[in-house]
Design a binder for this molecule. Structure first.
Ligand code: G1P
Length: 271
């Protein structure tokens, strides 16, 4: 069973400036609800019991959102508003599941994962990147089911426009398992159009093996001087570790860019 999830939240959110100059992008409302709550709900519905948030000192606001008990208690005492009581109960439920760790320098997703090393107890864990919302079908839940069947690592994937391959982790397709699941032969972080092995992109849901920490510990910075999880995955693939790409059936929303963020509110309001 996959019981733990990690969520890297220390990113600067420069693509959403000026909103992110004073605000954590993961708390920005999407159709009236902070983006991070969609991610938390996906985890809870998929059976996750513990969630590790990797934040930074600059993103302390995220912790405050879940630790505002005194404020809520005062308001509820005065107002007894059922809506506020319900919202507070929901926040308390989230708070009980979340542990916070810090990544104060934005050194990449791989470095963020490494910060959770001492808290990961099981052989596999889930990672969700909060810029990537997947609606209409719980992608984490589907991936956990595939993991149960195949006992392998699983990564969410989607075909992208060939011209945009340098925005994503791109992988080379291996053997077909079934209609929506394939083995990954190789994976490369943000390749040029010329060097891209395909237009199959990695999307921000990963079921990773605990042994990935041993690779991350020794890993040198890659593209852009960052420690990429993609590079650690490639090192494991080189050792014949099985990684399955899952072409998810939900709808993907890119909340990390301004256009995508605006669009995600429109899409979610239609459901
Ligand atoms: C990260 C990963 C990349 C992946 C993408 C999915 O990139 O490094 O491999 O394709 O998430 O959203 P980032 O969006 O942090 O640049």
């Amino acid at each position: 069973m996959i019981k733990q999830a990690i969520i890297p939240l220390a990113g600067l959110g420069t693509r959403l400036l000026p909103l992110t100059s004073v605000f954590a992008k993961e708390l920005l409302p999407i159709n009236g609800k902070p983006g991070i709550e969609y991610i938390l709900d996906e985890c809870i519905e998929a059976g996750i019991k513990e969630i590790i948030f990797i934040i930074s000192k600059k993103k302390q606001m995220i912790k405050s959102y879940f630790y505002n008990d005194i404020f809520y208690k005062k308001i509820i005492k005065k107002k007894k508003d059922p809506r506020i009581i319900k919202e507070y109960k929901k926040i308390l439920k989230y708070k009980k599941m979340i542990r916070f760790v810090y990544q104060n320098k934005p050194l990449g997703t791989g470095d963020a994962v490494l910060k959770t090393k001492k808290y990961i107890t099981d052989k596999y864990f889930l990672m969700l990147l909060p810029d990537d919302l997947i609606i209409k079908k719980n992608c984490s839940k589907s991936m956990i089911n595939i993991h149960k069947k195949l006992k392998s690592s699983v990564i969410a994937s989607m075909k992208v426009n060939r011209k945009s391959v340098n925005r994503w982790g791109i992988y080379k397709l291996g053997k077909k398992i079934d209609k929506n699941n394939f083995l990954i032969k190789d994976v490369v972080e943000k390749p040029s159009i010329k060097k891209a092995p395909s237009n199959q992109a990695v999307i921000g849901r990963y079921i990773l093996p605990k042994i990935i920490f041993s690779k991350l510990l020794k890993q040198k910075p890659g593209k852009g001087g960052e420690i990429h999880i993609t590079d650690a995955i490639q090192l494991l693939i080189n050792q014949n570790k099985k990684f399955v790409a899952h072409n998810f059936s939900g709808k993907y929303l890119d909340c990390g860019s301004m256009q995508g963020y605006i669009n995600s509110t429109l899409e979610i309001s239609k459901i």
